[in-house]
Design a protein around this ligand. Structure first.
Ligand code: 5AD
Ligand code: SF4
Length: 583
């Protein structure tokens, strides 16, 4: 059976299937400790809870509970309606301190705040001090082998923390959340006995229950992927009050099945959040004074809100010209152009960005909108992955080099001055020296402003793992990667040189990390701009001199550049609608 089919079958059964993932075992580390060895009150209570819990678990959920679960597929865990083996009290955090650590992509950063929002509501406290933590949760990434290795290493360090924990304190609980939990499932519990809970990317609502089970010394997991979970009603907690920008998750999952990629297996099927709930979140962020929102999704521009029947009368999907999909054409729903249009109308002073898009979903109406709307940044990430049509076919990307280059031309014609970035993989299965040189030539031809370059890492379950050979030797992959990085840097430096002498609109973030006398912000293309922190005029009040604060827009004249950063001097404080950056 194809692995995705297996995932889908699990999804169809909803809460019933989740029972099979409620892996419960006696945690050896705790059961081997004689309960009388150090009879602290907390520990005695713990043992009592464990016995009580085990007897309730042995009597198991009632038949009515199964019926209730089965009649409401995708039902969200409910604090007022706990499973029969837990009381409402046991689901509460009781001021336990949670330490969250995030790995991987921006989606994971956002997921961390979703997980925290859920735990906060349950009565947990957050700590930034590892030593203080009662619960440590790692939000993990599986995209490349190296990302997973980092987590294994971290787990070894945490093991020491758990073993050394004073017996007068409540036992430390460790949880693995996100993609690695989903990919490795019980392998993690088997390899690392000190891991107490596993929660896949769609199971964060279940965290209070999983932690309550772990309280009794059992391991617990929920790795159920969902067809509709978007956490639409959960407003992630803004961690830094001085933040100028926020990420808003608009869709989750991926249906593309590129042959190298684990994401469809770890994050499940594509589903979008209703437009109304996204707009509500953006409005709240605008009221809080935030000046920039980045719409987030694994394939953000494949957005399709089908939450209401009337949305489904819409015409069929327009793809970018020359692009195709690995799945059957989809119809109806409110599409990305609609979302972008609505979001950009919320607050004309709020910059809008989006990431990460797929090149197939850039129909002309999206490009037109980006061009027309002042507050939509003229910045597009267009992951190419390779410059060789032969390799693109093996990757099942659904386009040739020619179609990709044509799209680049169309984007540049539609959005003059657009800033472009891309992802590339060096050393994919079967990549020859000639294929590699074609990638080099694409980097030269497009001259990206930003780039994210990776050596290919074979992932189990993917199509490439089953059908192709990982035949490019490691040293060749690394050498090719180095060459791509060098070429990318040379071209980005040239591309950025073009902005010397230009005046750019910069959103101030704060002081530069390297110098307390400099400020740092981002231009429309999302490049870092550094400039001296001096007094300046305000365009709306020439009488006063001001110092720029985080969240202010300023005009900066660019004087020098590197491949990553621009430098300049500040001209004045302004607003987004009062300014048009010029060269
Ligand atoms: N090996 C290396 N890089 C990968 N990416 C995705 N899967 C792999 C893999 N197996 C890269 C792609 C993608 C980015 C997020 O990570 O370039 O766009
Ligand atoms: Fe890593 Fe992809 Fe999961 Fe993000 S979605 S954490 S990049 S595997």
């Amino acid at each position: 059976m194809h692995p995705l089919q297996c995932v889908l079958q699990t999804q169809r059964w909803g809460p019933l299937a989740s029972l099979s993932w409620l892996l419960l075992r006696t945690c050896r580390a705790h059961s081997s400790v004689p309960s009388t060895a150090c009879p602290s009150l907390e520990r005695q209570q713990e043992d009592g809870v464990r016995k009580d819990f085990s007897s309730r678990l042995a009597s198991g959920p009632t038949f009515q509970h199964f019926l209730r679960s089965a009649s409401a597929p995708q039902e969200k865990p409910d604090m007022e309606d706990p499973p029969p083996y837990l009381t409402v009290d046991e689901l509460l955090g009781r001021q336990r301190k949670v330490y969250l650590e995030t790995y991987g992509c921006q989606m994971n950063v956002n997921d961390t705040e979703i997980a925290w929002s859920i735990l906060q509501k349950s009565g947990y406290l957050r700590t930034r001090n590892l030593q203080e933590a009662d619960v440590i949760l790692l939000v993990t990434c599986s995209i490349r082998e190296k990302a997973e290795q980092t987590i294994w290493n971290r787990l070894h360090q945490l093991k020491a923390l758990k073993t050394k924990r004073l017996r007068s304190r409540v036992p430390l609980r460790i949880g693995i959340l996100g993609c690695m939990a989903e990919r490795l499932k019980e392998e993690i519990l088997n390899r690392e006995k000190m891991v107490d809970i596993l929660a896949g990317p769609d199971a964060y609502r279940d965290l209070p229950r999983l932690l309550a089970v772990a309280e009794s010394g059992q391991q617990a997991a929920n790795l159920l992927l969902s067809l509709d979970e978007t956490y639409a009603d959960i407003m992630p907690v803004q961690t830094s009050p001085s933040a100028t920008s926020a990420f808003v998750s608009v869709m989750r999952g991926c249906d593309n099945m590129c042959s190298y990629c684990i994401v469809p297996f770890t994050r499940g099927r594509e589903r979008s959040r209703p437009v109304a709930s996204i707009l509500e979140e953006v409005r709240k962020l605008s009221e809080q004074g935030l000046k920039e929102v980045t719409l987030l999704g694994q394939n953000v521009n494949s957005f399709r809100d089908s939450s209401e029947v009337q949305f489904n009368n819409a015409v069929s999907t327009n793809l970018s010209r020359g692009f195709s999909t690995n799945y059957k054409p989809k119809h109806g729903g409110l599409r990305f152009a609609h979302l972008l249009d609505q979001v950009s109308r919320v607050d004309p002073e709020m910059r809008i960005r989006f990431t990460s898009p797929h090149p197939k979903d850039f129909p002309d109406e999206v490009l037109q909108l980006i061009h027309e709307r002042d507050n939509i940044c003229k910045q597009i990430h267009l992951p190419a992955q390779s410059g060789s049509s032969r390799v693109l076919e093996a990757m099942r990307r659904g386009y040739s080099r020619e179609a990709y280059v044509e799209l680049i031309h169309r984007i540049r014609e539609s959005i003059p001055g657009v800033s472009l970035s891309s992802d590339f993989i060096a050393g994919f299965c079967g990549e020859t020296e000639d294929d590699h040189l074609q990638t080099v030539s694409l980097l030269r031809e497009v001259q990206y402003n930003m780039g994210f370059l990776f050596a290919y890492s074979m992932r189990q379950k993917t199509r490439a793992y089953h059908r192709l050979k990982d035949d490019v030797p490691e040293e060749v992959k690394l050498r090719r990667l180095e060459e791509l990085i060098t070429v990318f840097r040379e071209e980005a430096t040239k591309a950025n040189m073009a902005s010397v002498g230009c005046t750019q609109l910069v959103l101030v973030e704060g002081h530069s990390k390297r110098s307390a006398t400099d400020l740092c912000g981002r231009n429309d293309g999302n490049l870092k701009v550094i400039f001296p922190d001096v007094e300046m005029e305000d365009v709306n009040n020439s009488e006063v001199k001001v110092r720029a604060q985080p969240g202010d827009y300023v005009l900066v004249k660019i004087t020098s550049t590197s491949s990553q950063t621009l430098k300049g001097h500040v001209l004045c404080r302004t607003t987004l609608k009062d300014s048009s950056a010029y060269c």
